[in-house]
Design a protein around this ligand. Structure first.
Ligand code: ADP
Ligand code: NI
Length: 218
């Protein structure tokens, strides 16, 4: 089968699987990441494999550890099974599953470097969708899904030093901005993503400033 067919088939598979998901990891998130990854790829002069980028973007949240009891192997495993069944070449499967494995944010003090340009692009696309107006909506959707409060001024943010600590934190959603979302603009890999992140970051800062101001309005 042709690689472009693999991409169409994979999009259909992911859409079916993630439709109706309510924690902000739905098909629309994947579709935005897929589109953004293609846009970022179009801005670079270096060589890359567009099929690896598209397959990784499409499959990156097929089975997120956050929604599967913290199991980080389930995403890459599910993606591998699907790609093997499609008959995709082993070296492409290996690259895609590698990207999926390393994509996720794992804590303020935990580095998650991407080895290849394809990985850097997909990671940027995923991170851009976690910030700005949509990022704010997704954070509260995720918090609600996990039964977390909006805010509690008595619980300050924690800069997690390990993935375990980050994963097990039960804090409120405003903390998530300090623990992850505000850090993302400086962790973008590509120049184009850095540019887009700036504006989205500013909007989040304004939003949080306003949220805290209203909280204290007496
Ligand atoms: P990552 O794999 O880097 O976590 P995802 O695409 O899975 O990226 O998206 C993570 C989404 O879940 C983000 O929009 C983020 O705001 C939200 N999220 C993750 N952890 C929390 C949390 N503790 N509180 C609120 N939102 C969260
Ligand atoms: Ni994602």
């Amino acid at each position: 089968m042709h690689l472009p067919d693999h991409i169409t088939k994979t999009a259909e598979f992911v859409q079916k699987k993630l439709e109706g998901e309510s924690s902000g990891h739905d098909w629309w998130h994947t579709l935005r990441v897929w589109n953004m990854a293609k846009r970022l790829a179009g801005q670079t002069d270096a060589a890359y494999n567009i099929h690896v980028i598209e397959l990784s973007a499409l499959l990156h949240d097929i089975a997120d550890h956050k929604l599967h009891d913290g199991d980080v192997s389930i995403g890459p495993k599910t993606a591998r099974k699907w790609l093997e069944q499609l008959g995709v070449d082993e070296h492409i499967i290996q690259h895609v599953t590698d990207i999926i494995q390393n994509l996720s944010f794992k804590g303020a003090e935990v580095e998650t470097p991407m080895k290849t340009l394809e990985g850097k692009i997909v990671q940027d696309a995923d991170r851009l969708d976690a910030i700005g107006a949509i990022g704010i909506a997704r954070a509260f959707a995720y918090g609600g899904y996990k039964l977390r409060g909006l805010y509690n001024p008595n619980i300050p943010p924690t800069m997690h030093a390990s993935f375990e600590a980050y994963k097990n934190d039960q804090g409120h959603t405003i903390n998530h901005f300090y623990e992850k979302l505000f850090l993302l603009k400086d962790r973008m890999n590509t120049p184009m993503a850095k540019e887009i992140a700036k504006e989205r970051h500013l909007f989040m800062e304004e939003y949080i400033a306003r949220f805290l101001k209203e909280w204290d309005d007496k």
